[in-house]
Design a protein around this ligand. Sequence first.
Ligand SMILES: [Fe+2]
Length: 310
Amino acid sequence: MALHRLARMTVAVPDPSVLDAFYQEIGFTGGDGSWGGADRPGQIQVGEASYRQLRALHIACEDEADLAAAAERLDQLGVPHQRVNGGLKVKDPVNQWEYIIEPAPVADISPQPKRVMNYPGERNRRGQRAEVLVEATPRPPRRLGHVVVGTPDPLKTSALCQALGFRVSDVVFNGAVTFMRCSWDHHNLLVTPGPVPYLNHYALEHDDFDSVMRAATIYLQTHGDDHQIAGPGRHPIGGNIFWYMLDPSGNFFEFFADMDQIVDDEAWQIREDWDPAVSWSVWGEPKQPEVFFEPNDMKAIIEGWNAAHG
Ligand SMILES: [Fe+2]
């Protein structure tokens, strides 16, 4: 009885066709504003809006009891909710995007063939060249793994998400930055401060280190180094390998692999003493680039938000 998966994200951008082209290019399947990995079709929905924004997050739960428990917690918070199509819908009163919790079968994506690797004292790949050198086509991303939002009220936002059933994994800056999960992943949703509500980035899971490195390299070779945002590296918080880039609509996206998995909620120790100065990457670039929380189109997002909601 719990949330178990980030099911779907709806974003809206001024020109949805650029994202159709982008998702096809990186190896997702779908079309016409609905994209995903082979095992997660339609996990990203793209709509049209005057400025880029997050519209909705769909989260899968196990059963009716999860909806009832969430509804009770939302009542305690004083946040309105409604039943729609077998699910529970909440409009975030601070950020104006929607959360929809829906019962769905528990299922991870199907495992992919592991690359044969050599280690000191364990020479597994003998007489063969590395698979990444000889694979016919690069491996595609498998799914949307997490979403990071900026909000003028991080505490209220993370409280609402916890009422929905998200579990806290780690906390930075006394709760101004909260890593939360709705699955075994260390984080499926990260709440951070922002001048107005906005989508900071979304992250697509790859099979492994080589897949992340190769896919990111191909993307930057195709689109140019001005699409580089951060990485590669490995985050201490969540443990994942990362590489952040700019998609053609102005969203940051991340290719990631090998994130920490939290299977036993009771046994997991939430850390709240992270030192932000040294919490960006275990190796590679030591500091989080400033652009990370100051995307070039932030002015347009603030103006768009104020025009729509100000
Ligand atoms: Fe991320």
